[in-house]
Every structure is written in structure tokens, then in C-alpha cells.
Design a protein around this ligand. Sequence first.
Ligand SMILES: *[C@@H]1O[C@H](CO)[C@@H](O)[C@H](O)[C@H]1NC(C)=O
Ligand SMILES: *[C@@H]1O[C@H](CO)[C@@H](O)[C@H](O)[C@H]1NC(C)=O
Length: 484
Amino acid sequence: MATPILFVKFGLVLILLSLLAPKSDCAEYVLTPDDNSFLDDLQERAFRFFYEHSNPVNGLTLDRAFTDGRPPHGKDSHTNIASTACTGYALVAYCIGVERGWITRAEAIARTTATLTHFAHHAYNIHGWFYHWINQATGEREWKSEISSIDTALLLGGILTVRQYFAEDKNIVCLATEIYERVDFQWMLNGHKSWLSHGWIPAGVGWDNEPHPDKFLESRWTDYSEQTMLNLLAIASPKYPIDWKTWYDLKRNFTEYGGYKFMAAVPPLFIHQYSHAFFDYRNKRERYEQFNMDYFQNSITATEAQRAFFMSEETRKDFPTYSENIWGMTASDTAAGYRAWGAPPRDPEMNGTVVPCAAGGSLMFAPEITLSALKAMKSQYGESMGIYKRYGFTDAFNPDPRANWVNQYVLGIDVGITLLSAENLRTGNVWKWFMTNPEATNALKMVRILPSGTDPAPSSATTIKPIFALVIVLLELWHATSTM
Ligand SMILES: *[C@@H]1O[C@H](CO)[C@@H](O)[C@H](O)[C@H]1NC(C)=O
Ligand SMILES: *[C@@H]1O[C@H](CO)[C@@H](O)[C@H](O)[C@H]1NC(C)=O
């Protein structure tokens, strides 16, 4: 009778060993050949958007295009509307395009030089900051838009990426350095100790037809959202830095859903993606006073929570077309216009719409769930609904029979985050290029976001307890089998 007991004991030893072994949070996802060919195609289409819809003379990239390749035209309100943030993504797209053989280095350098020359010498700037919307042909302000701090920061993400990728080109390096160093982050505080303003508008007649003087926007970056690269670039600014402690004045608000808990100011998933496409938050943790956030893990959790939300019975009973692979909500076009929506919690307007760039922008965090989602969307609805076209996925679609809707546009920022996230998943290249900027690396050090290994993170203490409880249970089992 000793043999079965021995087996049980052997099993217990194995369980104990596996519990005590140092546990890595994220087993590296290994891309299959099929994953790679899917991503090759998706990325090349995304790249094509940026190459085809940027003006070769000034580099300005359209905000959007039709899924079949046409630019907005005629009476379309988006005709000739370029976006400063899109242009930042375009700069990174050129680097990826060279690396993957879709354009020559010389072609990419020509585009990059045109873009940087425009922003260094021709684009209107105030204290180094740029407008949000610009006319692609004339370079003039559009839509009475604001001088935008977040859009300028996203442009800087691209500008600092090309500064490193084309480091052999002295002109590119000089222009990029000039543009970054000119940005006066202290001015954008508009007198506040820590919170940067969303932007500034020149004197004129506003949307309400009322005349107004020059003014800063009232909104400020007060909490954890898509803008952390803005805060970090400000802290590391060579000429106009703001205090690193301002990082710890950002409010921290958590969302809890189905056992997941993550920091987020608002529900759209893009807030966990944009700054993360540039700043490499992997394997790092805050080490300052009581703060110990792992920002990369936070984005993973936000992605997992969103998928869990769409898979939940509660969601599916109202919208049965959502499933483990058909999900995703982040700011997007909808049948009712643009919405800065997301989940969890449930958005009152949720109606079965799927926004592919929610999963696309999270490829770099949780490939095992996001890649399978994108592949399933393409195979189920690519042909049947026409959701996968010249630039990859449409911005949004709704397969629910009650709606059966496909958006006719792609949006540059959504195509862009998908492209960068896919590249980071595959090679880590955007992180590598961007983080070669000494300012980027210094910024993380200055705010005390340091390699997680340097010091055991205080939070690990909380995971010890349940493990000890299990060890005790197993030891008791051991004792029980010994006395059998
Ligand atoms: C923070 O979260 C709480 C609870 O989720 C919410 O009531 C509150 O409005 C949030 N605060 C901010 C500033 O978003
Ligand atoms: C949701 O879908 C319905 C049905 O197609 C549509 O009438 C409504 O405008 C949609 N709302 C949003 C926010 O997409």
C-alpha cells in the first residue's frame, strides 16, 4: 500500500516546488508563423496609410481616409484636415517601413526631413507648441483648434524616434533637437504647480461665436491618462523642465471589474496605449515613498479587464455578437458620430460596436488575447462585412444584426497605435529607438520608475500570505497521507 501514498507525496513535493519557484508574471508569448504573416499584412497596410496620406512637401498626415484608399474630399468636413498627432505616428511608420523593406532609407529620410523642416521652421508655434488640426495643403490652423499639449507630445514621440533611427543624418538630429528643446513646458503649466494645461487658443471668435482674448484651456492633465509621455518629456526637458515631483501630484483613480483592478482616469483603452508605445515601462516599478505602480502591468490588466467585460454573460445577454474574440471599445467613430467611449464600466451607448484598435493598440501588452481577437475579426468579418481593406481594419463596425454597420473610415491615430504596438510586440523596436534618447531614459529615472528587480517591490508582501496558507494546507495533507 506504500506505492500510491508515495505518488501522492511526490505530487505534493512537485506542487510545493512550483509554488516556491520564482514566478515570472508573463511567460513570453511566442509568435507563430501564422501570427507573423497576419501581422506583416496588418502592419504593411497601416504603413501604407501614413505613406499615402502624408504630404511629401510638409509631412502633414491626414486625420483619416476612406477604407478604400480615397482621402476625404469635396464637402466632407475632413477634407484636407491633417492632425499633429497622426504626423507623429507617421514619423515612426517611416522607420518601421525602412526596417521592413517597404520604403528605402533615402525615401524615409526625404519624408522625415520635410516633416521636421516644416515643424522647425514653418508651422505656427507658440513657446514651441503646435495646433491640433492643421490644413494639409496650407499648414494653417483648422477648425479653430487649440494649441494642443497632448498632440504636440505625440508629435514629439515621432520626432525623438527619428532623431535616433536616422542618427547618421545630422540635419534630422539638429531639427529634431531644436523642436524638442524649444517646447516650453513651464509655460504650459500656466501658473499651476504641477498640472499641465490641455492647451491654449489665440484671441478670436470661438465656437460659440463670442469673441475671446488669448487664453489657456481650463482643462488640465490632472490624473493618469494617455498623457504620461507629456509629463515625462516635460520633466526631462533640456531647457524648460518641470519638477519631477509633479509626477506624484497626478491623481490616481482605480477601476475595479470582475477581480481586475487597474489605474485609469477614464474607460477608453487608448489611455493605456499611447504613451506606452514610446516609453518602455516593462519590468519597471515606481520606487518612491508609498508609490510602487507597475505601469506596464497596469496596461495588461486594463486590456484583460476589457476583454472579460465583453465576454461576461451580462454583456452578452444584450449583445450576443460579442465573444471572447469579438470585442473592443476605445475612442472611435460610431454610427452616431465620434465617441470617446470604452469599458468597463458599461457605457450607456454600448450597442454591439467593435473597435479593432482597442485590441490592436494592446498587442504589445497581451498578445495571447489581442492577436487572437484581431485574427478572428478578420476571418469572421473581413470579407463578409468588408471590415478589412486597404489600410487594415475599419475604425469600427457593428456585426449585431440589429445594426449591421461598417464605418467607411480609418483614423490615423488608431491605425498608428496598432502599427506601433504590433512592432513593439514583434521586435521592441519603437521602444528601443525612442528609449535611446537620453532624455527618455533619464525621465524614468528622475521620477523613480526603476527596474523592478532593484528592490523587492513592497506589494510582493501581499502575495506571500496566500502562498504560505497553501504551503500549510499541503503540509497537513502530507501529514495525513503519512499516517494513512
Ligand atoms: C475616482 O473614482 C471614484 C470611484 O470610482 C469616482 O466616484 C470619482 O469620480 C473618480 N474621481 C475622478 C477624479 O475621476
Ligand atoms: C448603435 O446602433 C444603433 C443601431 O444601428 C444606432 O442607431 C445608434 O446610433 C448606434 N449608437 C452608437 C453610439 O453607435
